[in-house]
Design a binder for this molecule. Structure first.
Ligand SMILES: [Zn+2]
Length: 704
């Protein structure tokens, strides 16, 4: 080994560090790739840390050499003892227990009519008690009635025209291709925590697209503390006392939830799933690998976590990272750590759960999307960054993706109703544990959490509640009782919450919108094509895929997202054909025609009202707003194909998918709920009024 002096070592370690920092900023591809480098950086950092420790120890070594063991020890111990004595006898200020808190409990998609029905039936006694001792009313939702839009109004007290979130999907103004609207990863700005310092490693930003100040920041800015748990559209986390991000947090691939299936059979991949066809050897052993984030060193290849599957007496045995475990048919595994290595020692980690859908010989093994590990978060999911790990210490590992409820895998019929409900139970238990812990800690004036299980179960199991749903006759007893069950669970959560409140605490329970049946899907682009607004190239007639065959030069309007129609405006759209001056008249004509269209089968009206963005979105953030917002009638909704710019042949199609309830219809049909533990708060009529109510309650406290 060459003769390295300490100084040389430190210098070379620093050089190595700087080289890696440069690589990080250049090689960033997706969340996974960027993160891996940083974890690899620790290898380089350990060298630096060791050198720094040596430097810090140097004066003590010199003392030792100068004065010998006894004197040196005395010289070190005496001042240390004095410091300890001063510290020990200084009265420690224990944090005061916060009293008179404002507690906000959200249940996504809780419907006022269903609550009323089950309160009347005695199935929701805690809600009934709250309504009686405080208040209960329906709460107007946003237009459109979509969760990211409504929860953004809840956070900021503004409408979509000001907070800028109009749909789950957004259409960037220079493209017809939709993108996820809530958050955006523009390369990354990662930091390394070292001795409490954050060392930035350059790069872009993870952006929350919601504009405006959420009320929890207003509270923090006036000196109060807030704990905010899993509220939608809170990624990346706001710098409050405690926050765990909700809807918006991606998986390790940077997607909103890509699952994997390992099967001996043929199965097509979709936008949401990766398929690996596996072939067992003569003993049934399968050697395969879970695909991870893209490998920044190998174009177009993903990193992989190898694992094996082999037959076991009642199912299979999986061996991954020297972690061996058995799975029976229909069983979910615990959290399993997965690691994706690059260049031998750089790696990024995540968490998955396995589900054995079907055992040998027709094996089908489901692997959940790769969750960000709260102990080793590859991207920021909490404030402060260590809060996620603190939570995991308290309540165990938990789902971190923004929408972890496996709705897609159930809708694509890759997992069973029972397996889906198990995930709901698990995420509900996780949310409850962190919610009760936050209430019991008594350390913040404002405590807010949103439970989304009510929404997810309503989406997937409305077919068991709606006797006129095309799938109703095929439903089992479990399916028929599922929505009622989750409302009763919400009632139980409310009961547990009430037990943890002090008499001076104020409680608000609310939802972002209600629910309605989704019996038929409307292919809105087909109507636009028939009416002559959407044109196809010669020989083309439209498909399920994004604007396939569309002749943009002759297209005047197109539908995209759950509620939107866009005018193909010249100077704004990539191939715009409509002059700005013609837009107003064109919109008026479409509005008039659309409000009259009917279901060809029944003659029922499809659309209650069509809204012009100029009328409903006061504000400056409307660049990405649809030009027209469609308020569908009850029982109808935009088809999935419409949301992604598809044009199937029929105008209306019967919905035979398990996703059987929805709320992306006229907002007047799907208001949410508002319960308070105090008398009816006059002036709180719509969800965007709620922040004012909360801030009023908090001001009352601060003035006390
Ligand atoms: Zn929903």
């Amino acid at each position: 080994m060459p003769n390295f002096s300490k100084a040389q070592f430190v210098r070379s370690a620093l050089a190595l560090f700087l080289v890696f920092v440069t690589i990080v900023s250049e090689a960033y591809i997706g969340p996974g790739a960027g993160i891996s480098f940083l974890q690899g950086l620790w290898v380089a950092l350990v060298g630096i840390i060791l050198s720094l420790v040596a430097i810090v120890l140097l004066p003590f070594k010199l003392l030792l050499r100068q004065f010998g063991v006894k004197k040196a020890a005395l010289m070190l111990i005496a001042p240390a003892a004095m410091v300890w004595l001063i510290y020990a006898y200084t009265p420690q200020s224990t944090p005061d227990e916060v009293s008179g808190r404002t507690i906000v409990l959200g249940f996504d998609g809780m419907d006022p009519q269903l609550v009323q029905r089950w309160m009347d039936d005695g199935l929701m006694p805690n809600f009934a008690r709250l309504a009686e001792s405080g208040s209960f009313q329906s709460l107007a939702t946003t237009n459109p009635a979509q969760s990211p839009v409504a929860w953004s109004s809840f956070a900021t007290g503004t409408g979509p025209g000001e907070h800028g979130i109009f749909d789950f999907l957004r259409r960037s103004t220079d493209s017809y291709v939709p993108d996820f609207s809530i958050s955006e990863t523009q390369a990354t700005k990662y930091t390394i925590d070292m001795f409490g310092y954050k060392i930035p490693t350059e790069g872009g930003d993870i952006v929350n697209r919601r504009i405006g100040e959420p009320f929890w920041m207003t509270a923090e800015n006036t000196g109060l503390n807030a704990t905010i748990l899993r509220v939608p559209v809170t990624y990346p986390p706001d710098p409050v006392f405690h926050m765990l991000s909700g809807m918006g947090v991606p998986d390790l691939l940077g997607s909103q939830g890509t699952y994997s299936i390992f099967t001996t059979q043929r199965l097509d991949a979709t936008g949401n799933r990766r398929i690996t066809r596996v072939i067992p050897n003569e003993k049934g052993l399968i050697e395969t690998a879970l695909g991870g984030p893209d490998d920044p060193f190998a174009n177009g290849q993903s990193l992989a976590q190898p694992f094996t599957i082999k037959p076991a007496p009642r199912g299979i045995e999986i061996n991954i990272n020297d972690n061996k475990f058995g799975l029976n048919q229909g069983q979910w595994s615990d959290w399993i750590g997965v690691h994706f290595e690059m260049m031998g020692y750089l790696r990024t980690s995540g968490l998955v759960r396995f589900l054995l859908v079907q055992s040998y010989p027709l094996l089908k093994l489901y692997v959940s999307p790769i969750h960000i590990d709260p102990y080793n978060p590859a991207i920021p999911i909490s404030s402060p960054p260590g809060y996620a790990a603190e939570l995991a210490d308290n309540i165990g590992l938990f789902h971190t993706i923004g929408m972890p409820e496996e709705s897609w895998s159930l809708n694509e019929e890759q997992i069973s109703d029972e397996a889906f409900l198990e995930v709901i139970q698990t995420t509900l238990a996780e949310r409850e544990a962190m919610w009760y812990a936050a209430l019991e800690e008594h350390n913040t004036e404002l405590v807010v959490a949103v439970f989304v299980q009510t929404d997810r179960v309503s989406h997937m199991f409305y077919r068991g509640l709606d006797e006129n749903h095309p799938l109703f006759d095929k439903t089992t007893k479990t399916v028929r009782g599922a929505v009622r069950w989750i409302y009763q669970e919400a009632d139980r959560v409310l009961g547990e919450t009430l037990k943890r409140l002090d008499p001076e605490d104020k409680l608000i329970v609310l939802s972002d919108h209600g629910f309605a049946p989704f019996r038929k899907a409307v292919h809105l682009n087909r109507w636009l094509a028939k009416a002559g607004y959407l044109a196809f190239k010669p020989g083309e007639k439209g498909t399920d895929s994004l604007f396939e065959g569309v002749d943009w030069s002759k297209t005047r309007a197109y539908a995209l997202g759950l509620n939107g129609i866009f005018i193909n405006q010249r100077g704004r759209e990539p191939s715009g054909s409509v002059a700005v001056l013609e837009t107003k008249a064109l919109k008026a004509k479409i509005v008039e025609q659309l409000t009259n269209i009917v279901d060809p089968e029944t003659g029922d009206s499809l659309i209650r009202e069509v809204y012009d963005r100029e009328d409903i979105y006061p504000g400056l953030a409307i660049a990405e707003a649809p030009d027209l917002v469609i308020g569908y009638e009850k029982n109808y909704r935009a088809s999935w194909q419409t949301t992604l710019g598809g044009t199937p042949q029929k105008l209306v199609e019967i919905n035979l998918q398990k996703w059987s309830g929805d709320h992306c219809i006229d907002p007047s049909l799907v208001p949410g709920v508002l319960f308070t533990s105090f008398p009816f708060p006059i002036g709180t009529e719509k969800i965007q009024d709620v922040p004012d109510l909360i801030l009023n309650l908090l001001e009352i406290q601060t003035n006390d």
